[in-house]
Design a protein. Structure first.
Length: 614
């Protein structure tokens, strides 16, 4: 249960030293906790270390602005090297924003789409009351002051009508990690104080609530990354002062000791800059792990670093420098062996190594990074290919769309993560089309009007819209008297493929006559309409994709992946199109569980349908 934490002390920490308590350099012990010492330690730390980075990251602190383009690894995209993409409609439509709710109940720090089309949203339990009460007569959990807190800190949000259902989250999931499990429930790990070693599960049923088990992880996991492995088990990597990883133990079994991970130890610097490491499961079963500016190929079951990739120049990419990363879509085509599938990782934006400290100490907000690096990690000796986004971005989200294009949104143009450390919200989403060149590659879309910076999130919905929520750059829920008030409004963003003029071509999956489960390597049949097109469509006009809905927090969508299936046969009968596709060959391509399957006609996706692979 909640640790003793006198309210007066909490107030002092939150009000006097917001950044220090949340994003500083201190492992906060609750026993004998002394906020004044914390503040004075922080001041001493800054005074002692001002004027330059020490250690590993210091060597690279000056970034690449002084390097020539070639030294910095900037390349022009050669159209000959791009995979041949399907033919797509052109549209000038730049998207649309809709305000769909004034009150999400809790500010959306963490968000996960569940297979019942509801979104799980949760925040911290120590930011004071939220804007949603438990029903009268409900059991009110104790807050850390041991007073009953009758507001919820987690909700189920109905993505159709914005209705809220409050959930009882017990241990504190502040800046935690999570994923959708193979059975459609959410498994969440870590957090702060009593939540740091917790594992929580939440089923997908209409009355399901959290099952919370404290003290089962080997190390405290605050700002850690959780990823699903090929067998559906989970690995949790890093976190503040946690230079280790561990596999999530079965329910009720404590983990004992975590496994020391030198790579995480080596990549921390004076500002940390390696929290929420980017971890992607690759088609060979290994993990790509990126922290700060370094990355490795790692065998999680054998505890072995297979190789280190070249450093990505330009700055720091992980929290609090908070860049974005995704595994680009895996194209299966006719490949039947997982390890023949090409894997490419992209990392965009972030901040200078010292951006956090300069904001905390000097109130200086340095420009965020503007570059993207791509690395074909399945190549034997890959090199980073770098190119620029249309604008700078830190704390952005990077979502893979049903079409295989990427959407970057939210975040700021200056500063770093943590409370009050950023300026100039980046209002403009950017569409990144990895298989296009020139002006078609990065496209700025319709600007938002609501700042979405620290502690904001976004997820892809089955209808292809993006649900956007949160942003709380304050230590509590502050709605006035601050530059960026706590954000409770939820919005939906429609990407260009939802252009009204394209809707007549929108495919529709006929769920009753399509398969709804997949077996590795087997045929998977999907039947669909394509607008009013009754006759055969061309193979080059159709894609079938499957999307693993990620757990999004702090600008990173954990476990996000999109797989483009091979289509051995395409036919039509009575106006109904039939795609015979092949399911992914193994859990290395698609770990077991629920995916949204989309049919995409010339760049226009259907509504996604849930399919379970096992
Ligand atoms: Cu946080």
């Amino acid at each position: 249960m909640a640790a003793p934490f006198p309210r007066a002390l909490l107030f002092l920490i939150l009000v006097l030293a917001p950044g220090y308590s949340h994003a500083g350099f201190f492992s906060v012990e609750i026993e004998g906790f002394n906020p004044e010492k914390l503040i004075s330690d922080a001041k001493k730390f800054f005074d002692a270390n001002d004027g330059g980075l020490k250690g590993e990251a210091g060597k690279y602190a000056d970034d690449v602005d002084s390097l020539s383009g070639e030294e910095a690894g900037f390349v022009d995209v050669d159209p000959a090297n791009l995979p041949k993409d399907k033919d797509e409609f052109d549209t000038k439509y730049a998207g649309k924003w809709e305000l769909v709710s004034q009150n999400s109940g809790v500010s959306a720090m963490h968000m996960q789409l569940m297979p019942n089309n509801k979104a799980l949203i949760f925040d911290s339990t120590v930011f004071g009351p939220s804007l949603i009460n438990f029903p009268k007569g409900d059991v009110c959990p104790l807050d850390p002051t041991k007073k009953p807190d009758c507001t919820a800190h987690a909700v189920i949000y109905d993505t159709e009508n914005a209705a809220l259902r409050p959930l009882h989250i017990v241990t504190n999931p502040w800046c935690s990690s999570g994923n959708l499990a193979a059975d459609g429930s959410v498994l969440s790990t870590g957090g702060f104080e009593d939540g740091a070693k917790s594992i929580r599960t939440l089923g997908p049923c209409d009355t399901c609530d959290w099952q919370d088990t404290p003290n089962v992880l080997g190390d405290p996991r605050w700002y850690a990354t959780q990823v699903t492995l090929e067998d559906g088990s989970f690995i949790v990597v890093g976190g503040r002062k946690a230079y280790s990883y561990e596999l999530v133990p079965p329910t009720g079994k404590p983990n004992g000791q975590a496994i020391y991970f030198p790579f995480i130890d080596e990549t921390t610097d004076l500002d940390e800059n390696n929290l929420y490491p980017f971890v992607h499961l690759l088609p060979d079963g290994n993990l790509f792990v990126f922290a700060n500016s370094r990355s490795i190929l790692f065998d999680p079951k054998g505890n072995k670093v297979i190789k280190e990739f070249p450093r990505l120049l330009g700055g720091s990419r992980n929290y609090p420098a908070s860049g974005m990363s995704a595994l680009l879509p895996l194209r299966l085509d006719d490949k039947t062996n997982s390890k023949d599938v090409q894997a490419q990782v992209i990392i965009c934006g972030g901040a200078r190594p010292k951006a956090f400290r300069l904001a905390e100490k000097n109130k200086t907000y340095v420009p965020a990074l503007q570059d993207c690096g791509r690395l074909v990690v399945s190549d034997p000796n890959p090199a980073w290919m770098r190119e620029n986004m249309p604008s700078r971005r830190v704390m952005g989200d990077m979502l893979i769309l049903p079409t295989g294009d990427l959407l970057m949104l939210n975040g700021a143009k200056k500063g770093a993560s943590a409370w009050g450390n950023a300026k100039e919200p980046n209002y403009k989403p950017v569409l990144f089309r990895p298989n296009k060149v020139g002006k078609d590659r990065f496209k700025e879309l319709k600007a938002a009007t609501i700042p979405r910076m620290y502690h904001s999130t976004s997820i892809v919905l089955p209808d292809g819209k993006i649900l956007v929520g949160g942003s709380n750059t304050n230590s509590r829920y502050f709605f006035k008297g601050v530059e960026f008030p706590t954000e409770m409004r939820m919005e939906k963003f429609s990407p260009p493929y939802l252009a009204p003029a394209l809707q007549k071509y929108r495919p529709q999956i006929l769920v009753d006559v399509s398969d709804n489960t997949m077996t590795y390597g087997n045929d998977f049949h999907i039947r669909f309409l394509v607008g009013y097109i009754r006759k055969e469509v061309r193979m080059q006009d159709i894609k079938v994709t499957m999307y693993a809905p990620p757990f999004t927090t702090h600008g990173y969508s954990m476990n996000q992946r999109l797989i483009q299936l091979g289509i051995p046969e395409l036919s039509v009968e009575g106006g109904v199109h039939h795609a015979l596709t092949r399911a992914p060959p193994s859990g290395r391509i698609a770990p077991p569980g629920y995916y949204l399957v989309f049919v995409v006609y010339r760049g226009v996706p259907s509504i996604g349908t849930w399919v379970r692979i096992q």
